[in-house]
Ligand binder design. Sequence first.
Ligand code: DX5
Ligand code: ZN
Length: 209
Amino acid sequence: MILSPSILAADFGILAEQIKQVERAGAKWLHIDVMDGHFVKNISFAMPVIKSIRKYTDLFFDVHLMISSPLDYIDAIIDAGADGVTFHIEAVDDPRVCVDRIRRRGRLAGISFSPDTPVEAVLPYINDVDMILAMTVYPGLGGQKYMTRVNDKIKRLRAAAGEDFLIQVDGGVTKENIDEILEAGANVIVAGTCVFTGDIERNIKDLTR
Ligand code: DX5
Ligand code: ZN
C-alpha cells in the first residue's frame, strides 16, 4: 500500500516543516491538489507552491489536477516538480492526449473520475495509464465523508486491471475505514484531514501499521 498524504489539509505557514514530518513517518508520496475555481468551485494553489516545496523533499509528487483544461498545464506542472499527474476524465474530450503528454515527459499518468461518473467511463483506459483515481468524495474540498457506494467501482476496477495496477482512492479516508478500502482493492491511499490533524507522524504510522 502506498500512502499519499494530501497537503490540502496542511498548515501552509509551516508547509516545509510538515512535509519533513511526513517523510520522517516513512511516507513516500505526497498528494498535491490543484484546483482552478472552475472545474471545482474551490481554488487551491499550483506551480509556485509545487516549485517551492520541491526544494525541500524528494517525496514522489502525486499531483491531482482538478482543473478544466489539464492539457494546457501539464508541462508547467511537470516543470514545477510533479512526478505523477492525474487529471479528471470529466474535464477532457480525449484522455489519451493528456496521457501521452504526461508520459512523453516520463511521468506517471493517472485518470481520475468523480463519484457520479460510472466506472465504465474509465475502464477502456486501463491499459493506457499508470493509475486510476476513484474519487470517494465530490472533488473540491477536504474533510468530507467517505462515500461507501464507490467501493463497488473499486472492486470492478481491481477485477478488470489485475493485481499490480495502481488504484488510488481520494476523499474521506480515516483510520477506521482504511481497511475496508484496501479490501475493496485500492492500493494508493490519499489522506488529508486524518494525516494533518494532530500528530502527523503518529497518524501516518497508524494508517500504515
Ligand atoms: C478533494 C481532494 C482530496 C482531499 C482529501 O477534492 O482531492 O485530495 O485533500 O482530503 P480528506 O482526506 O480530508 O478527505
Ligand atoms: Zn486529491
